[in-house]
Write a protein that binds this ligand. Structure first.
Ligand code: 5AD
Ligand code: SF4
Length: 461
């Protein structure tokens, strides 16, 4: 295969590769699980196009960054990375993902050594974009958001041999006032239930035992084929696939979260007893300004369904502090919500102004140091809740999926159905030397100690 990166060739004629040599690429991924899985699909696509993946940017001819723009800090990361290599004229750079979609061709001005800018809604056209790159075009773009397509490929190069991601819905039709996602990932598009089920069955046959269903808002999944399945129907069907022992999903929007989802979880232990239900704020007034489409009471009704479920459902959430105009009293409502719900884990963030979003126009921005103060208070409260809740689990036996071994601590790394990390020792398998066989297995583990973020235990013999 031949490389025709004209810019590279003009700098260094002898970079022409012989027909036996492969084209090499390096990819770094930022952001959410959707991005991680997009990268798996991008990698698969590149491999089928004759590229081979390398471990460091130094070794690569093509360097790709799959980017996130959810907060300003995430966005800055990619520009920092691009600065590191700007003098290397022999490499071709591509920016993929949310920053690519958001900044578009402006990236070429800010980082002239970049040759490819493509958002996730254009990944189906990657093979054509690669051909253009190889022909020496250094202004290749894939920025069209107006698509009904989803990015499906049988060639995803999955990172984990036991747990596999499946995208069921792409894009987002909500318009939360703070959020860039509707601008970076385009309108909502669901895959047919047929194609999702086929992928899951194939994964089961390949030996994957855990499936994680992905989407910006999985609850608004709607099968576009005549079968017309909703999300709960899809979940139930996933739970019946031979060989699949765990099914998870992320992320949910409270507005579209219906009781039937909890009923499905209650019916079948294959569906993990964990729901991530981002609340964002405990104040109905803030929720209204955020355009979240639910009140605190409506959110609490959903929490109530989970607390009353037969199974012990772990609940986790996302919260933003310092949204424009958030008063001390409104912030206190969020603190009170933490006490009321008692989340098992929480991702919390300082509000960050994002381009294009409705909240950009709101007045009364909260100063950074005040946002920081509120975040610290919130996180300290949540930490105390987690210490208490995890402490309650000491003595309990949890089925644990083994994910790896930590040489430093001599413990196996495990995960419970509730998505808690449970590190444990195993008397018959003190270490994996010459015996990696525990990884991917499921085993009962008794919890013996609890910290704020993880549990420790010992495997039952
Ligand atoms: N500022 C801070 N946090 C944000 N999130 C989304 N947009 C912003 C923003 N502009 C948070 C939300 C969301 C999580 C993925 O990121 O809490 O649920
Ligand atoms: Fe980041 Fe959101 Fe894009 Fe995921 S969808 S990469 S969180 S901006």
């Amino acid at each position: 295969m031949r490389l025709h990166y004209r810019r590279a060739l003009s700098q260094c004629q002898d970079t022409i590769l012989s027909s036996k040599e492969m084209k090499t690429f390096y990819i770094e991924t930022f952001g959410c699980q959707m991005n991680v899985h997009d990268s798996e699909k991008v990698i698969g696509t590149l491999l089928t196009q004759g590229y081979s993946q390398v471990e460091t940017p130094e070794e690569a001819e093509l360097i790709l960054y799959n980017t996130c723009s959810i907060r300003d800090k995430a966005e800055q990361k990619v520009f920092n990375r691009l600065q590191q290599f700007k003098k290397d004229k022999n490499k071709v750079f591509g920016v993929l993902g949310c920053v690519a979609q958001q900044e578009g061709e402006k990236i070429f001005e800010r980082a002239p050594h970049v040759s490819l800018v493509a958002g996730s809604a254009s990944y189906t056209k990657l093979p054509q974009m690669l051909v253009q790159l190889e022909a020496g075009n250094h202004r290749v773009t894939g920025l069209n958001l107006d698509t009904e397509e989803t990015f499906e490929t049988p060639f995803a190069r999955r990172d984990n041999p036991h747990r596999a991601y499946i995208t069921i819905i792409e894009g987002c039709d909500k318009s939360c006032a703070y959020c860039v996602v509707p601008f970076t990932r385009g309108p909502e598009r669901s895959r047919t239930s047929d194609s999702v089920m086929r992928e899951a069955r194939e994964l089961a046959q390949m030996g994957y035992s855990e499936i994680q269903l992905l989407g910006q808002n999985v609850n608004s999944y709607r099968d576009p084929s005549p079968a017309g399945w909703d999300f709960a129907r899809l979940l139930r069907a996933m739970g019946e696939i031979d060989g699949i022992r765990r099914v998870r999903f992320t992320t949910s929007h409270p507005r579209d979260f219906v009781k039937d989802i909890i009923d499905a979880i209650d019916e079948n232990p294959v569906l993990c007893n964990h729901v991530h239900l981002p609340v964002q704020s405990g104040s109905s007034a803030v929720l209204s300004r955020m355009q979240r489409l639910y009140t605190r009471d409506e959110y609490m009704r959903r929490i109530d369904w989970m607390k009353k479920a037969r199974r012990n459902i772990s609940i986790t959430s996302d919260i933003i502090v310092g949204f424009p105009g958030e008063t001390e009293a409104e912030f206190n409502e969020t603190l009170a919500l933490l006490d009321e719900v008692e989340y098992d884990s929480l991702f919390s963030f300082k509000y960050s102004r994002r381009p294009n979003t409705p909240a950009l126009a709101l007045e009364d921005q909260i100063p950074e140091d005040e946002k920081g103060r509120r975040l610290t208070i919130l996180q300290e409260k949540q930490r105390a809740i987690q210490v208490r809740r995890n402490g309650d689990l000491v003595g309990v036996v949890e089925e644990t999926m083994v994910e790896g071994f930590n040489k430093a601590t001599g413990q196996w790394i495990g995960r419970t159905s509730q998505n808690r990390t449970l590190n444990f020792v195993h008397a018959a398998h003190p270490s994996p030397i010459g015996d990696e066989s525990l990884v991917g297995k499921y085993m009962p583990v008794r919890v013996t100690r609890a910290g704020p973020n993880s549990l420790a235990g010992e495997a039952l013999q």
